[in-house]
Ligand binder design. Structure first.
Ligand SMILES: *[C@@H]1O[C@H](CO)[C@@H](O)[C@H](O)[C@H]1NC(C)=O
Length: 425
């Protein structure tokens, strides 16, 4: 038969034609401004610039998209050259994040959209397929992995901790047609498994049989009184209280006046207490009753949960403290290409501690050099200017909480309960 042969060839062709749908390195000066469309949803959105930050290993390679204004929403996006339909293909999204500003509160995740996405009106309510990446606020520092299924957003049930240091970290999410996924931080697996198990897309496969209930004659008691154990005959002959043998009748006791003298009672040291029979295992005991499970009629297998069409990637962020730098954004069906680029990022990131130290030294030296020239106390006493209006406007709108509303109900609850997240960390 020729048909299987042709199918095999086509299959092979599909496997070998690995494609990159987005690879943004911000390495061509102002070129990125032609590829990225800022949202005009609101007038006060924060501005991005391309910068390698205050310190870097390589000013060219480390140049990335940087948030520049504190207390701002950010929204910008870029369109792929062609639609990525991941049917029967692996999907990989990967990007670098450097929170060199020592972030206290701010998102640094990406959202990936279908062709229904509208870049100019892009905002927190814009429907997305996937939201992936770190989100840090106070003690909460997690890597989100939210997937849209049939119009609803589902949060990963596992908690992936986000690094909170000032160095570059590489985040990778891959989803395979066999409906398995993997999340890497700096190439290390942080979560992996089956889509169906780690997100609540589908109702459970089995449920407790509503027809079944515990039989009335079910024996719950694991232990009973030993029927062969009998109370010793002399048990009750020992009284609980006895007259104190040490007590003596006072010298001045007058039987006529005071009545007949009786020694005060004390607790009998011989007293054995109330008799109870020995406990033995109940021969009738059937164990704890288990509610039998049946197949859930609501459950329907869906082997296309993993399947999307992707066209755009964007940043929709709230940042209290700006300065996050995004770099090397990749969307591909080729895990090998992702690993190659990730390894390049990781190699560069290894040099960052040294680069940061050199920068810190330089800053210190600069400060020392300035000191003797400006010994006046005026400079240091100058109050720090805080725009109170600006602060209060932003805090009134409670933007962080508003962010969470975009996500499923469960996510909202999880976020509010910061304790379990902390515990898992
Ligand atoms: C998209 O198209 C532009 C312009 O032809 C090209 O420079 C760029 O490399 C393409 N991007 C990808 C990821 O193929």
């Amino acid at each position: 038969m020729k048909i299987p042969t042709i199918a095999a060839i086509l299959g092979l062709a599909a496997l070998t034609s690995a494609e990159v749908f987005l690879h943004e390195t911000f390495s061509d000066g102002e070129g990125w401004t032609k590829r990225w469309t800022p949202s005009t949803h609101r007038a006060d959105l924060g501005t991005f610039e391309v910068s390698s930050g205050k310190w870097s290993v390589d000013t060219e390679k480390n140049a990335g998209l940087r948030t520049t204004e504190d207390y701002r929403f950010y929204a910008t996006s870029t369109k792929f050259n062609k639609t990525f339909d991941n049917k029967d293909k692996e999907f990989v999204v990967q990007f670098d994040v450097k929170n060199e500003q020592n972030i206290d509160c701010g998102g640094s995740y990406v959202k990936i959209f279908s062709d229904k996405f509208e870049p100019t009106t892009f905002n927190g309510d814009s429907e997305y397929n996937i939201m992936f990446g770190p989100d840090i606020c106070g003690t909460k520092a997690i890597v989100h992995a939210i997937l849209q299924y049939k119009g609803k957003n589902y949060d990963l049930k596992k908690t992936v901790a986000a690094p909170t240091d000032v160095y570059t970290h590489t985040y990778t999410l891959s989803i395979k047609p066999d409906q398995t996924y993997q999340i890497l931080v700096d190439g290390e697996e942080k979560a992996a498994g089956k889509l169906e198990e780690d997100w609540d897309f589908l109702p459970p496969k089995t449920i407790k049989d509503p027809e079944a209930s515990k039989p009335a004659d079910w024996v719950d008691e694991a232990e009973i009184d030993d029927p062969s154990d009998v109370k010793p005959e002399d048990w009750d002959s020992i009284p609980e209280f006895i007259p104190d043998p040490e007590a003596t009748k006072p010298e001045d006791w007058d039987d006529d006046m005071d009545g007949e003298w009786e020694a005060p009672s004390i607790t009998n040291p011989e007293y054995k207490g109330v008799w109870t029979p020995k406990r033995i295992p109940n021969p009738e005991y059937k164990g704890a009753w288990e509610h039998p499970e049946i197949d859930n009629p609501e459950y329907k297998l869906d082997d296309s949960i993993y399947h999307y069409t992707f066209d755009n990637l964007g940043f929709d962020l709230w940042q209290v403290k700006a300065g996050t730098i995004f770099n090397n954004i990749l969307v591909t069906d080729d895990a090998t290409e992702a690993k190659k680029l990730r390894d390049e990022s990781l190699a560069l990131a290894k040099e960052e501690v040294k680069a940061k130290e050199a920068y810190d030294e330089q800053e210190k030296a600069k400060l020392e050099a300035e000191k003797p020239e400006q010994p006046s106390s005026k400079e240091t006493e100058e109050p720090i200017e805080i725009d109170l209006d600006d602060l209060s406007v932003e805090s009134d709108t409670k933007p962080v909480e508003k962010k969470e509303e975009e996500v499923k109900e469960e996510v909202k609850e999880e976020v509010k309960e910061t304790k379990p997240i902390k515990d898992e960390l």
